[in-house]
Design a protein around this ligand. Structure first.
Ligand code: IDP
Length: 140
């Protein structure tokens, strides 16, 4: 088991319902450490760059509009197998398909408004962390 870092985002549906603390509690209970965190509002350009791999998909514009519709909390999580551990805790993209106990089963409103983002590979985590944090902002 490798100690990894992953990028997490608490999406506007989560911040809008004041769920930051509730989700952070689940993150910490899963053994992950929040080693960087900030609350921001993205510009459209930031959202489009972050989600560039989805450009051309039917939900791309909806996704970028949603992600800029209110505050988000961007975080770096650190721990053993942090990428897979967090993906498991998040649950399936569609909350109807997410397992009981996952963040999305508990909190997501729909496939789009699904409360959290988590990097899906080491390469994505490296890219996504660099897009959102300077190395001095991450305190492990
Ligand atoms: P993931 O977040 O579970 O990794 P992806 O397939 O990478 O899921 O999609 C990125 C995000 O795009 C999802 O979390 C969700 O917010 C949004 N999304 C994906 N598919 C749809 C859809 O069919 N309708 C609306 N939004 C979607």
């Amino acid at each position: 088991m490798a100690v990894e870092r992953t990028l997490s985002i608490l999406k506007p549906d989560a911040t809008g319902r004041n769920l930051t603390g509730a989700i952070n509690t689940l993150i910490e209970k899963a053994g992950l450490r929040i080693v960087a965190q900030k609350r921001v509002v993205w510009t459209k350009a930031q959202a489009q760059k972050f989600y560039a791999e989805h450009k051309g998909r039917p939900f791309f514009d909806e996704l970028c509009s949603f992600m800029t519709s209110g505050p988000i909390v961007v975080q770096v999580l650190q721990g053993k197998d942090a990428i897979a551990t967090y993906r498991k805790l998040m649950g399936a993209t569609n909350p109807d398909e997410a397992k009981r106990g996952t963040i999305r089963k508990r909190f997501a409103e729909s496939k789009g408004r699904n409360s959290v983002h988590g990097s899906d590979s080491v390469a994505s985590a490296t890219r996504e962390i660099a897009l959102n944090f300077k190395s001095a902002e991450i305190v492990g």
